[in-house]
Design a protein around this ligand. Structure first.
Ligand SMILES: [Zn+2]
Length: 394
C-alpha cells in the first residue's frame, strides 16, 4: 500500500471511534497501541481519568532526550444538532474530500503520523520521533497536562514539538491564549410586588456586563497590539448569561460566563485589574444591601498561548520542510503553549483547514493529507540532518 492508502485505511478506523470528548477514549488509544505493537514501537499511556481517558506517548528510535514530538488530540467535538448529510463516524470520500468527524480536527493528522511509522523506523533515527496523542483537548486542553508533567519527570525530554492542528500546512508560531471566567451574582429573592425587599442579581449582572464591554474597548484602544493577529489586540467576550426563574420573583442568582483572549506576551491579569477593582466595589455595594449577597468571579479555565520566540528550532525546520518563508498566527486555542512552557520549541502545523473543523460534514482535502505526508518525511530528515541537500541540524 502507498502511504496515502495506509493513511486512509487508518483514518477510516480512527473516525469510526466515537471519541466525542464526553466519551472515554480508551478504545482508540488501544487501537493505536496495537498498531504500534505491530510495528515494534515503544509506547505507554498516561491516565487523565483512570479507566476513562488517557494519553498515549510513543517513542520511535532511541529513548533519549532531544526528540521531536508530533502532537495531536484524539477527542472530537459533538455532532448533536448539526445537519450532517453523512454518517459522521464513517469515513466517506467524495470529490477528493475525506468526510467524517475528526477528519480535519485532527484524526487526519494522527493517521498521517501512524502511516509513516514504517518510514520513521527505516531511517535508523539518531534522535527520536515521539507521538503525543492526548484526550480532552476540545473541552479546555486539560487532558494533555498529566502527559506533559510525565515528560518532565520520567520520559525522555524532547527538544521540539509540532502540533498538527489544521493550518493548511502553514507554520504557526504564535497563538492567543484563552482565559474563561464565571462571574456569579448572588442576590436575595423576594416577591416582585415589593422589589426593595430583595436584591436583584440580574440588575447587578447588567452592570458587570457594561463594565466588561468597557474593558473590551480599552483592550482594543489602549493596550499592546500585535499586528500579526487578526484582530491585533486582546479580546473579551461575554458568552452566556443565566439567571432568574419567573417574572414575579426578584432573582437571587445570575451567572455570566465570559472569556479573554490575550495576545501572547500581554499580562492579562494586569489588563483585567480594572475589571476586578470594579467587581470588588460592586461586591461591597451589594453586601451593604444584604450581607448574604455577593459578586464573585472565578477562573474556570486557562489555556496558555504560544509566544513567538527569536530562536525556535521547530519553526526553522518546519518552514524549510513546508517550503514556506513566513510564519503565521492563529487565534484558536490549542495545546501548543502547554508544550512551549515545558521548554519545547513549538509550532502548529497541520493538514487541512480550520474552517472545516467542528462543522457538519467536516472534511479534509485528500491533497492536504498527501502534502502533509511529504512534509512529515522532510521534517524528519531535517531533524536527523541526514538529507544530502540540507545542512546538518543535529
Ligand atoms: Zn483540534
Amino acid at each position: 500500500m502507498t502511504d496515502i492508502q495506509t493513511t486512509l485505511a487508518l483514518l477510516e478506523k480512527l473516525i469510526a471511534f466515537d471519541t466525542v470528548s464526553r466519551n472515554p477514549n480508551i478504545a482508540i488509544q488501544d487501537f493505536i497501541g496495537h498498531y504500534l505493537d505491530d510495528h515494534d514501537v515503544q509506547w505507554l499511556t498516561i491516565d487523565y481519568v483512570p479507566g476513562e481517558k488517557r494519553n498515549l506517548f510513543a517513542t520511535i528510535g532511541p529513548a533519549v532526550d532531544g526528540g521531536l514530538v508530533l502532537s495531536g488530540h484524539t477527542d472530537v467535538v459533538p455532532v448533536d444538532n448539526q445537519p450532517w448529510t453523512k454518517n459522521p463516524f464513517q469515513l466517506e470520500i467524495e470529490n477528493d474530500r475525506v468526510f467524517g468527524r475528526g477528519s480535519v480536527d485532527m484524526k487526519g493528522f494522527i493517521a498521517c503520523c501512524l502511516a509513516l511509522v514504517p518510514y520513521f523506523k527505516s531511517l535508523n533515527l539518531a534522535a527520536p520521533i515521539h507521538f503525543a496523542f492526548s484526550c480532552d483537548e476540545e473541552i479546555g486542553c486539560h487532558g494533555v497536562k498529566p502527559m506533559v508533567n510525565e515528560m518532565s519527570r520520567t520520559l525522555p525530554q524532547p527538544a521540539a514539538c509540532i502540533i498538527g492542528e489544521p493550518t493548511l500546512g502553514d507554520v504557526v508560531n504564535a497563538q492567543k491564549g484563552t482565559v474563561t471566567y464565571d462571574t456569579v451574582i448572588t442576590g436575595v429573592e423576594a416577591h416582585s410586588s415589593n422589589p426593595k425587599r430583595g436584591v436583584n442579581a440580574i440588575s447587578f449582572a447588567a452592570r458587570i456586563i457594561e463594565k466588561l464591554d468597557k474593558v473590551a474597548i480599552n483592550l482594543q484602544h489602549e493596550c499592546y497590539q500585535d499586528q500579526s493577529f487578526e484582530p491585533p489586540y486582546s479580546t473579551l467576550n461575554v458568552g452566556t448569561i443565566s439567571g432568574g426563574t419567573v417574572k414575579n420573583i426578584v432573582p437571587s442568582l445570575c451567572t455570566i460566563r465570559w472569556e479573554c483572549r490575550p495576545v501572547p506576551s500581554v499580562d492579562y491579569q494586569s489588563v483585567l485589574a480594572e475589571f476586578f477593582d470594579f467587581q470588588d466595589r460592586l461586591d461591597q455595594e451589594i453586601k451593604a444591601l444584604d450581607g448574604a449577597a455577593s459578586v464573585q468571579t472565578k477562573k474556570i479555565n486557562e489555556v496558555v498561548g504560544l509566544s513567538a520566540s527569536q530562536f525556535n528550532l521547530a519553526e526553522t525546520l518546519a518552514l524549510q520542510a513546508a517550503n514556506k518563508n513566513a510564519t503565521k498566527t492563529v487565534s484558536f486555542a490549542s495545546e501548543a503553549g502547554i508544550f512551549q512552557r515545558q521548554g519545547l520549541d513549538t509550532v502548529i502545523c497541520g493538514p487541512g483547514s480550520i474552517d472545516q473543523a467542528h462543522k457538519p460534514d467536516e472534511f479534509i482535502e485528500l491533497s492536504e493529507l498527501e502534502a502533509y505526508l511529504s512534509f512529515l518525511k522532510k521534517i524528519t530528515l531535517l531533524w536527523q540532518g541526514h538529507h544530502p541537500e540540507w545542512p546538518v541540524v543535529i
